[in-house]
Design a protein around this ligand. Structure first.
Ligand code: FAD
Length: 404
């Protein structure tokens, strides 16, 4: 494996870092306090090409590889988790899901506006009564002529009130042999009759982001909006999570880096007992552990990015990367507060926001407990990945960069 970053990747990294530092960092505390997403964020990310960074040019994207997506997420979350959450749902879960499973028509009609940033995407899997146990979801889709009629509610949906397009998972069959075999995936335009959305408030973290609910009441969509085949929805959802978890892992790596940078700066400046606190070994230990886990998290997500570029299934590796980096980011955000003492306990510094933001990533896209079960399953030989009907395509620069 060659983990060197190319000149093009460095340029993208720098552009994203500049955007996050200059256009988001200065006002992030204000928006976090307001519990609202700054309206300029999504249009600017679209304008800069960030939203479609790893999608082929022929489908409206920038034609970069999957590793670049990870590098982008690392830079975004080093400033605020809400920026990376946008990439997780819009790019990782929704756009790459359509790229992997969509027909040519679906890619032209739905992926192209998402990748160009003309439209925003979301991912509707979780329901009020079903989170980890998604095979038992209850939203329904009934075939009626050449349309499906959708009913049901999804909650905790990132970008619920901002998105135009949502990947919607619903049950088409109650009589399937296993509950997961009765699920279908749909590409749902949010402006269809019968769709209502709303925001959730009072969240611990990602407060400058958008999280909400989407309700479907007798919503009619054409059969052509079904993604994949009848009964393939569960597999599609899980493969989307392989891409979403990769963005969560790389983002959490950026959060660890932010904790490290903030702790180093503060430890050098703050004096106690006549010395900079950086000279105390117990403070150094915290900083050293942040540096260790930053490197480990980075290598883990880069491994996943490399596997994606090769077109090799990476469910196991991506789950480890997500589990390791998200648990570590919460631990180090908490330690960064400790390094800052009482000042870390106030929003005068960023580290308290880092800790609140890190907490959610241990729950969404498969909680730490679910990642533990996945890894136990692989280690004990109880779990094996069968090949999918449609795998995420391997990166091919010539194809990705060609106009047609
Ligand atoms: C900020 C945020 C954004 C989100 N965005 C989206 C989104 O865009 N789209 C979407 O579809 N969902 C989204 N979610 C929902 C998220 O994916 C779910 O919260 C997650 O899957 C967990 O489901 P749950 O909250 O219902 O918890 P539950 O499944 O009810 O789990 C509760 C607890 O039980 C544990 N548990 C459950 N099953 C087991 C088991 N078998 N063994 C051991 N422990 C177990 C869990 O780990 C957890 O600790 C988001 C959530 C948050 C917080």
């Amino acid at each position: 494996m060659d983990f060197r970053i190319s000149a093009e990747q460095e340029l993208v990294q720098k552009m994203v870092k500049d955007f996050a530092q200059r256009e988001v960092a200065p006002t992030i505390k204000e928006w976090d306090r307001k519990q609202e997403m700054k309206p300029e964020i999504l249009p600017r990310m679209a304008e800069l090409g960030i939203l479609g960074v790893c999608i082929p040019v022929r489908y409206g994207g920038q034609g970069m590889d999957y590793l670049t997506l990870g590098l982008v997420c690392e830079e975004l979350e080093a400033v605020d988790t809400t920026l990376r959450v946008i990439m997780s749902v819009h790019t990782g879960l929704c756009s790459l899901g359509i790229f992997q499973w969509g027909s040519e028509d679906q890619k032209q009609n739905f992926l192209t506006p998402l990748a160009s940033g003309a439209k925003y995407g979301a991912f509707g899997l979780t329901e009020p009564g079903v989170g980890s146990d998604v095979a038992n979801l209850t939203a329904s889709a009934k075939l009626d002529g050449d349309e499906y009629i959708l009913n049901g509610e999804k909650t905790w949906i990132s970008l619920a009130t901002k998105a135009h397009t949502v990947l919607w998972f619903a049950r088409t069959s109650e009589s399937a042999k296993h509950p997961h075999a009765g699920i279908c995936a749909f590409i749902l335009d949010i402006d269809r009759d019968g769709v209502t959305t709303g925001d959730l408030h009072g969240k611990l973290g990602v407060r400058a982001g958008s999280t909400g609910w989407i309700n479907c009441q007798d919503v009619r969509i054409p059969v052509g909006n079904r993604l994949g085949e009848e009964g393939e929805g569960f597999k599609i959802a899980m493969s989307c999570l392989d891409n979403g978890r990769y963005t969560v892992a790389s983002g959490a790596t950026g959060l660890i880096r932010a904790c490290l940078d903030a702790s180093v700066a503060y430890a050098k400046e703050r004096q106690a007992f006549g010395k900079a606190i950086a000279s105390f070994q117990l403070v150094q230990q915290k900083i050293a552990r942040m540096a260790k886990d930053y490197e480990a998290s980075r290598l883990l997500y880069m491994q996943s990015g490399w596997l994606k570029n090769q077109g090799i299934r990476n469910t196991r590796e991506t789950s480890i990367a997500k589990w390791f980096a998200t648990d570590a980011s919460f631990e180090h955000a908490s330690e960064a507060i400790q390094v800052h003492g009482a000042y870390g306990f106030s929003d005068e510094y960023d580290v308290e926001r880092y800790m609140r933001n890190a907490r959610g990533a241990m729950i969404y896209e498969g909680s730490s407990e679910i990642q533990t079960l996945i890894q136990a399953g692989y280690a004990l030989g109880l779990r094996e990945d069968a090949s999918l009907r449609r795998e995420l395509p391997a990166y091919d620069a010539e194809y990705w960069l060609a106009e047609k």
